[in-house]
Design a protein around this ligand. Structure first.
Ligand SMILES: [Zn+2]
Length: 329
């Protein structure tokens, strides 16, 4: 039987969760952890469709993808699949959990066998919101199944984490990502390799890069590349200039700084090995040009400074002040 055919690799997830589903022994909750674009949503919807599939255990595929239930779930039209997200806010508060989960939990599913809650950015729930979720997780009726999606499961309270197996999404090598793009998406080899190099090991980010009509990703890569170069070999003035192309929004800046760290990681690996796999640089010569001019010690200092900046940004410090401080490091 082909399990979760539209989810690339992730054999561990397929074995554990899909077998739970097939043997009607699904846990009340699962935590899917991984970066943006690593397949958490795809996995959660495939699990939901599998739980509700009318041909579960009888078809060649799980979910079958063709029965009315599968079609409804996979097109996002099933009223028994309830999605709770941030809706643009920084966090998910207790009111949203009460409204989306607590008020509906004890009512039987509208049309299906199970009621499925998908909580996006579960690591962005406030502590109060997470506490409000505890009783639903502990005492949920047998028809309720929760999927908590997050980038960092350590940001989820231990009391919540202990109630759900944590499944980490697989991060792929550039070769594996490029192979997927060529084979399953019919992308030609050069484009697949460039997209893979921009993907941070996540298929979703590679697809985002390919679908990026106005070249935003390419602009972001260029800006990040310039910042990394200036942090390594420039001075405070040239760094301030390079950071000018960074966005003002907190969430975007956090993401761009994540890319800066990925590039620093590439440079460190490049200094240690001649054939290290690159996650940020698609052109290894570009990485060599910078890494040959910077010491391992400096790269480690920068890594620490970047980690501090990320913490400050998530703690609501002014984005521009944090970037300015980085220029002086
Ligand atoms: Zn089906």
């Amino acid at each position: 039987m082909e399990i979760f055919p539209t989810l690339y690799k992730n054999e561990k997830l397929k074995k554990t969760v899909a077998l739970d589903i097939l043997s009607a022994a699904a846990s009340h909750a699962y935590i899917f952890e991984g970066p943006r674009g690593s397949g958490k949503h795809t996995a959660a919807y495939l699990c939901a469709a599998s739980l509700l599939c009318e041909n579960r255990g009888k078809a060649e595929r799980l979910p079958c993808g063709v029965c009315p239930s599968c079609k409804k779930v996979l097109s996002g039209e099933c009223t028994d699949v309830i999605v709770l997200g941030r809706d643009g806010a920084a966090t998910i508060g207790v009111d949203a959990v009460r409204r989306s989960v607590k008020e509906s939990l004890w009512f039987a599913p509208n049309e299906m066998e199970y009621k499925i809650y998908i909580i996006e950015d579960a690591d962005k729930m406030t502590a109060q919101a997470q506490n409000a979720l505890l009783i639903p997780l502990e005492e949920a009726p047998s028809f309720a199944v929760f999927f908590l999606l997050c980038r960092d499961s350590l940001a989820i309270l231990e009391t919540v984490r202990s109630r759900a197996p944590i499944i980490r999404m697989e991060i792929f090598s550039n070769d594996a990502t490029a192979e997927y793009l060529m084979r399953s998406r019919s992308i030609d080899a050069p484009a697949a390799r460039t997209a893979a190099a921009s993907s941070n090991g996540c298929i979703g980010q590679a697809l985002e890069y390919l679908g990026d009509a106005d070249g935003q990703d390419a602009k972001r890569r260029d800006a990040v590349s310039a910042v990394v170069r200036e942090l390594c070999v420039g001075n405070a003035v040239s760094r301030i200039k390079a950071f000018e192309s960074f966005p003002d929004s907190r969430a975007e800046t956090a993401e761009w700084l994540g890319l800066v760290k990925t590039a620093l990681r590439d440079l460190l690996c490049d200094k240690k090995s001649n054939d290290a796999e690159m996650f940020f640089y698609s052109d290894v010569n570009e990485a060599h040009a910078v890494s040959s001019k910077v010491s391992v010690r400096r790269l480690c200092e920068l890594w620490d400074a970047l980690s501090g900046a990320e913490e400050d940004i998530s703690a609501n410090a002014s984005v521009r002040s944090v970037l300015l401080l980085l220029c002086t490091r």
